[in-house]
Write a protein that binds this ligand. Structure first.
Ligand SMILES: NC(=O)c1ccc[n+]([C@@H]2O[C@H](COP(=O)([O-])OP(=O)(O)OC[C@H]3O[C@@H](n4cnc5c(N)ncnc54)[C@H](O)[C@@H]3O)[C@@H](O)[C@H]2O)c1
Length: 427
């Protein structure tokens, strides 16, 4: 080691919240040579991480062990913030009562930062939230708890997470990262941090533009999914194959982006995040964000539509939904990951049960599946179950499913993803 190398202190970052967003960020930073403190309030999670165990799909246990070897440590002790050059907040932003934003975790994390921050630190919020959170909520809490001033004594910026869980193509490194600070110096400090492990950090003019850009991205998907969902419904009535329509339209090399219908929207970004924007628009300006509200109405209707279609298919076999055995295939919100958050499969199962159907499920990624009504029985023998039940509903097309095999054995099969061959019926 050269003299220069030995005298340069290792830069350290505290990442608050070690979930789907914070943990991959911790991996990227530690691999880039940062000393990483993974701060979380969940003791069992911190213990598991320090024991080399991962709790998210995108990171294996081996990768957690590699992180620990490189200088990562999970902790519940907020004192690690005092000696950190950078602090990044990746805490949850769920919906509260009546669909309003719940900033409880963001406020709690901001207080923790304020009580422990040193002068010169760069603080970045990554949680998805409504415009004005960084400079209107986070900044005030940190300033009042620390006595320091943003823009003078510490840098403050917003940088939305764009993680695509399960993606083999896009990760932290090759996904451009927006950074908008409370002033230019804060933006540049954020860009410098991410520049260590992101190919293309993008400076934004301010925190509110960066916050709103994230919400535009999510709302764009929400609205376009709703568009094809609504078209799927009337195309079925008109006896037009929506999947063929989409295949045709997708050949246009410009001005069209392919979205596909489905049983509803799941995960965090689509069902929840656009509410942050519509709620704030209504609160501040007094009028609705009509696109979001319409998209919500259409996307939320899809589980009902799936159940109606199953009932119609069974009817053709002279069977009622009441008493029929229905096998749901794939209950996660996205293919090939284990994440069940906000999965529309829950609504489909609830609605089927409410109509008297006997519901079972199969999912190679999910061992137990609990609804409010209780656990749903898991089928171990897929082949036998497909032959036994009255109807099979493909909700998530995990790549391990041999769909031609399943479609040829099922009495009735509804394919909500447009990937199974005949005789399966598509949405
Ligand atoms: N998961 C995604 O695909 C995704 C994508 C883009 C953006 N986001 C956004 O990123 C943010 C984080 O989401 P996530 O999916 O990583 O959540 P998560 O639930 O997976 O993880 C959040 C972690 O934060 C911890 N936590 C909560 N309050 C805390 C506090 N006060 N101090 C320390 N730790 C605390 C929790 O224990 C949990 O481990 C959300 O705003 C979300 O909208 C998520």
């Amino acid at each position: 080691m050269s003299i220069e190398e030995s005298t340069v202190p290792q830069r350290s970052v505290t990442i608050i919240g070690q979930g789907y967003v914070g943990l991959p960020l911790a991996q990227a930073a530690v691999r880039a040579g940062w000393l990483v403190h993974g701060l979380d309030v969940t003791v069992s999670l911190v213990e598991a991480l320090n024991g080399g165990m991962s709790h998210i799909d995108d990171l294996s246990d081996d990768e957690i062990s590699e992180m620990l070897d490189l200088g990562y440590c999970a902790t519940v002790n907020p004192a690690v913030i005092c000696n950190s050059d950078v602090v990044v907040m990746c805490v949850p932003t769920p919906l509260g009562e009546a669909g309003s934003p719940d900033l409880g975790a963001v406020k709690a994390a901001s207080r923790t930062v304020g009580e422990n921050i040193s002068e010169g630190t760069t603080v970045i919020l990554e949680s998805t939230t409504y415009p004005g959170t960084t400079d209107g909520v986070v900044q005030l809490i940190i300033e009042s708890a620390s006595g320091l001033e943003a823009g003078e004594d510490f840098h403050l910026a917003y940088s939305p997470e764009r993680i695509d869980p399960g993606s083999q193509k896009y990760g932290i490194k090759n996904t451009p990262k927006l950074v908008g600070g409370v002033n230019d110096a804060a933006t540049q400090a954020g860009v410098a941090f991410y520049g260590d492990f992101v190919d293309d950090p993008v400076a934004m003019s301010g925190t509110r533009e960066a916050e709103t850009a994230k919400l535009l991205e999510n709302t764009f998907r929400h609205v376009n999914i709703a568009l094809v969902n609504e078209m799927a419904k009337f195309c079925n009535e008109l006896n037009i194959d929506i999947w063929e329509v989409i295949r045709g339209a997708s050949t246009k090399p410009f001005g069209f982006m392919r979205f596909t219908p489905g049983p509803g929207v799941g995960g965090h970004c689509i069902p929840i995040d656009p509410n942050y924007l519509s709620f704030e628009v209504r609160k501040q300006l007094g009028y609705p964000f009509r696109f979001v509200e319409l998209a919500q109405e259409i996307n939320n209707s899809m589980p009902h539509y799936v159940v109606d279609r199953v009932a119609t298919l069974l009817n053709a076999h002279r069977k009622p939904l009441n008493g029929s055995e229905i096998l749901l295939l794939g209950v996660t919100y996205k293919a090939d990951i284990a994440d069940q958050r906000e999965s529309p499969a829950r609504d489909v199962a609830d609605l089927l049960q409410a109509k008297g159907a006997i519901v079972r499920f199969h999912d190679p990624m999910v061992d137990t599946w609990n609804l409010d009504s209780g656990p749903i029985p898991r089928e171990e023998d897929l082949d036998r179950a497909v032959r036994e039940v009255d109807a099979v509903v493909l909700l998530q097309a995990h790549k391990t499913y041999q769909l031609d095999h399943i479609a040829s054995r099922a009495t009735v099969m509804l394919d909500t993803r447009g990937v199974a061959p005949l005789p399966a019926q598509r949405l």
